[in-house]
Design a protein around this ligand. Structure first.
Ligand SMILES: Cc1cc2nc3c(=O)[nH]c(=O)nc-3n(C[C@H](O)[C@H](O)[C@H](O)COP(=O)(O)OP(=O)(O)OC[C@H]3O[C@@H](n4cnc5c(N)ncnc54)[C@H](O)[C@@H]3O)c2cc1C
Length: 303
């Protein structure tokens, strides 16, 4: 019998079959992808999308730093952007960057080029594609503040340039249709800055984060969005959840809006712990927390 995998278009990038996604995410948990596809470049990805078998589900991941992949894995094809789409080019105060480039690289490249306004990206451990999709932000800035436009492919491989207005970007939200892939972005900084001063700003951010977050842990960053005019961590703390554990999943003692895989946690442990935190917060404060972390695949409450 012919497997659907044999019907995948012949690409220049790489297909991996049955690839464990735990290695691709910061939490280090989760099952396998039926197929993991790493495009060679944007044209390769557009070709794949235009020829892909329509009945095979497709989704995209970046650095996996905001992702909880469930233990049952992900069916269909998972697109992983990386080296093939990570070029970065500076033109005046504009930064043309591939979606697979790390936020940190963008921040450090801008420092060296004397471009201000992008220091906030240094401590966000994702890719530019993930940053656009999540409207990532820190220290009072968000990607939407510096985004001129994102280059995007739809599910048929057609290309678009979408501005922050087109994408209706707001706090940790982008109206990007399901399955569409961000392939790059043009960002705008403030030219003519002193690299040494930008370096000090970056060092201060890194010191601050090291002191307040478990930056070296197996975590997905902030688990829940801050409700309007409130801090999620304060609600979690007030609900007595700091340090709470299920299996090897633990609410961080250092920053209680972070969940940690302290050793052999499963995705189910982490999701169950998150739901327990939500339940306790609702019980003590009446606030229903929304997950910021994106959950994918089959497991606890299948989707
Ligand atoms: C220690 C730590 C600190 C963090 N601090 C911050 C912070 O200060 N501020 C903040 O905002 N976030 C923070 N995060 C969360 C995370 O780094 C960001 O959300 C980041 O933008 C996710 O990017 P990623 O490439 O890892 O995306 P992933 O986690 O791989 O994916 C997240 C979502 O983006 C989608 N996606 C990824 N790439 C693309 C693409 N190319 N096209 C379309 N969709 C895509 C995925 O489908 C998924 O829905 C932190 C995480 C950690 C672990």
């Amino acid at each position: 019998m012919v497997s659907w995998r044999d019907q995948l278009p012949v690409v220049r990038g790489r297909y991996g079959v049955g690839v464990r996604l735990a290695e691709q995410t910061w939490f280090r948990v989760g099952g396998a992808a039926d197929v993991l596809y790493r495009p060679a470049d944007e044209d390769d990805l557009a070709y794949y999308l235009s020829r892909r078998p329509e009945n095979i589900p497709v989704c995209v991941i970046g650095a996996g730093s905001n992702l909880l992949v469930r233990d049952g894995g992900i069916s269909g094809v998972v697109i992983r952007l990386g080296r093939g789409l990570s070029d970065i080019r500076i033109e005046g105060d504009l930064i043309h960057v591939g979606a697979g480039c790390l936020d940190r690289t963008v921040s450090l490249t801008c420092r060296d080029a004397g471009i201000g306004g992008l220091a906030f990206l240094v401590g966000i451990p994702g890719t530019i594609g993930g940053a656009v999709r999540m409207n990532a932000g820190a220290y009072g800035s968000e990607i939407k503040d510096v985004l001129v436009y994102a280059t995007v492919l739809d599910l048929e491989g057609r290309a678009y340039r979408l501005t922050p207005e087109d994408l209706q970007m707001s706090y940790r939200h982008t109206a990007l249709p399901e399955g569409w892939v961000v392939t790059g972005a043009v960002l705008k900084g403030i030219g003519g800055q002193d690299p040494a001063e930008l370096g000090q700003e970056i060092d201060a951010i890194l010191r601050e984060r090291e002191a307040s977050q478990p930056t070296r842990g197996r975590t997905g960053g902030s688990t829940f969005k801050n409700p309007a005019h409130q801090k999620a961590w304060q609600l979690i703390d007030a609900a007595g959840c700091r340090g709470l554990k299920i299996g090897d999943a633990q609410v961080s003692e250092k920053h209680c809006n972070f969940l940690l895989n302290i050793d052999q946690a499963t995705a189910n442990d982490l999701e169950s712990l998150g739901e327990e935190v939500r339940r306790r917060v609702y019980e003590t404060s009446g606030v229903s927390l929304d997950w910021e972390i994106v959950k994918m695949g089959y497991g606890r409450s299948q989707n």
